[in-house]
Design a protein around this ligand. Structure first.
Ligand code: URA
Length: 184
């Protein structure tokens, strides 16, 4: 297991998959790595690739605003990372080999953070963290305990932008996350 500085350097220099060829910036993670709550998305989009910071585009702003209104703040209450650290072109889903190449870095981040709670934002992290038998529409909002960590799939914030009918369920999940965070 690498410590933060070495892990960051390794990710920055990574050429393990084709996504490294087109990246502007590797998007490592952001927030409080000492917090007990980790959100995992799928991969950087255009704004994240340009800035090197996860969840700064439209979807990221929606997530941050919703969490702020629950008094959960990026700089102190949670950490954000992705399955893939480089942007897939045109925001397509990461391919299996790309995710496989990158997952070791997320595992290392999880080992360093030692979170009590992991939230899978959307189908992609749900598949790679919980397994492909999990379905976001059926299983969102349900806790799964693995190796002492409470894991919950919920919608990706981009799905809320596309379909506002999902908003009440997403909000319910965020409130449940806060409730469990305060309890643990
Ligand atoms: N969507 C993601 O899944 N991750 C980001 O960092 C930004 C948008």
């Amino acid at each position: 297991m690498l410590q933060w500085k070495d892990l960051y350097e390794e990710c920055s220099n990574c050429t393990s998959c084709r996504l490294s060829e087109s990246r502007t910036n590797m998007v490592f993670g952001d927030g409080n790595y000492k917090s007990d709550l980790l959100f995992v998305g799928e991969a950087p989009g255009r704004d994240e690739d340009a800035s090197g910071v996860p969840f700064v585009g439209k979807a990221g702003k929606l997530l941050e605003k919703a969490l702020n209104s629950l008094d959960l703040h990026r700089e102190k209450d949670y950490y954000l990372a992705n399955i893939c650290k480089c942007r897939p072109e045109n925001n397509r889903n990461p391919k299996e080999d790309e995710a496989a190449a990158c997952l070791q870095y997320l595992r290392n981040q999880v080992a360093l953070i030692n979170p009590k709670i992991i939230i899978c934002l959307g189908a992609v992290p749900t598949k790679y963290i919980l397994g492909k038998e999990f379905k976001i529409t059926r299983d969102r909002g349900k806790w799964v305990k693995r190796k002492g960590i409470y894991i919950m799939p919920t919608f990706h914030p981009a799905a809320i932008l596309r379909d506002t009918n999902k908003k009440p369920l997403f909000w319910e999940d965020l409130k449940e996350i806060k409730r469990v965070k305060e309890m643990l």
